[in-house]
Design a protein around this ligand. Structure first.
Ligand code: PGA
Length: 255
């Protein structure tokens, strides 16, 4: 992390976990535990939990995020949720292009780009996920794969908007597997993402962008990961579902 240059953000990605009453209980438990955090604390929760989550964290330092958003304002898109809907209830962040959406729900680089632009246009903060598959790492094309995803996600996004965008580097082989990238591997790819941003925009813009690491980040490995210059926080799946497991990561990012 380099907090002098950019915001450190620890975001939970709850995925398809927690009913509204369970969401309220978890957030109520978390509020006192993270109230003195010296980093941004975000909980990205399922759609039906959003309203109660926003209500529960009112007046605290926890921000609420959604896990996806459609690019159209409204219309015949059964099952989808628009940025206006999210904005009106007080959502501030939106996870986009998560590997589970790319893998199971046909998400493409093109739709990630459309969603990113819509989310930014609505004044919400996108957390754009990128990351390589295991066989892509084995073929030694990690940097190419990730650079391609970053470039396509940010097509037609202005420098001003990219500074508001969060990028989450999540090696797909490390998600929910208990296998974490080493701190050096995470730093290498996060630095490569920043170099891509510098080429697409300029060095000053690249330095302003928060780049998170995600993939089995937990209390045991977060210190080492967050100590790296280009790792500006974490997108946390499994460990965000239990307050005692999430709090130490927030504490580590607050140092
Ligand atoms: P994990 O998930 O921490 O459970 O590996 C991270 C993510 O998918 O965002």
């Amino acid at each position: 992390m380099d907090k002098s240059k950019r915001k450190a953000i620890i975001a939970g990605n709850w995925k398809m976990n927690k009913t509204p009453s369970q969401a309220k209980a978890l957030l109520e438990e978390l509020i006192p535990m993270v109230k003195d955090a010296d980093c941004e604390v975000v909980a990205c929760v399922p759609y039906v939990d959003l309203a109660v989550a926003v209500e529960t964290v009112k007046g605290t330092n926890i921000k609420i995020g959604a896990e996806n958003a459609h690019w159209e304002k409204s219309g015949a898109f059964t099952g989808e949720i628009s940025t206006d809907m999210l904005k009106e209830i007080g959502v501030e962040y939106v996870v986009l292009g998560h590997s589970e959406r790319r893998q199971y729900f046909g998400e493409t680089d093109e739709t990630v780009n459309k969603r990113t632009k819509a989310v930014l246009a609505a004044g919400l903060i996108p957390i754009v996920c990128v990351g390589e598959l295991l066989w892509e790492r084995k073929c030694d094309i990690t940097d190419e794969v990730v650079a391609r995803q970053v470039k396509l996600a940010l097509y037609d996004v202005s420098a001003e908007d990219v500074k508001k965008t969060v990028i989450a580097y999540e090696p797909v082989w490390a998600i929910g597997t208990g296998e974490t990238a080493t701190a050096d591997q995470a730093e290498e790819v996060c630095a490569a993402i920043r170099a891509t941003l510098a080429k697409l925009y300029d060095a000053e813009t690249a330095e302003a962008v928060t780049i998170q690491y995600g993939g089995s980040m937990n209390a045991g490995n977060c210190d080492e990961l967050l100590a790296k210059t280009n790792v500006d926080g974490g997108l946390i799946g499994g460990a965000s579902l239990v307050a005692e497991k999430f709090q130490p990561i927030v504490a580590a990012a607050s140092k």
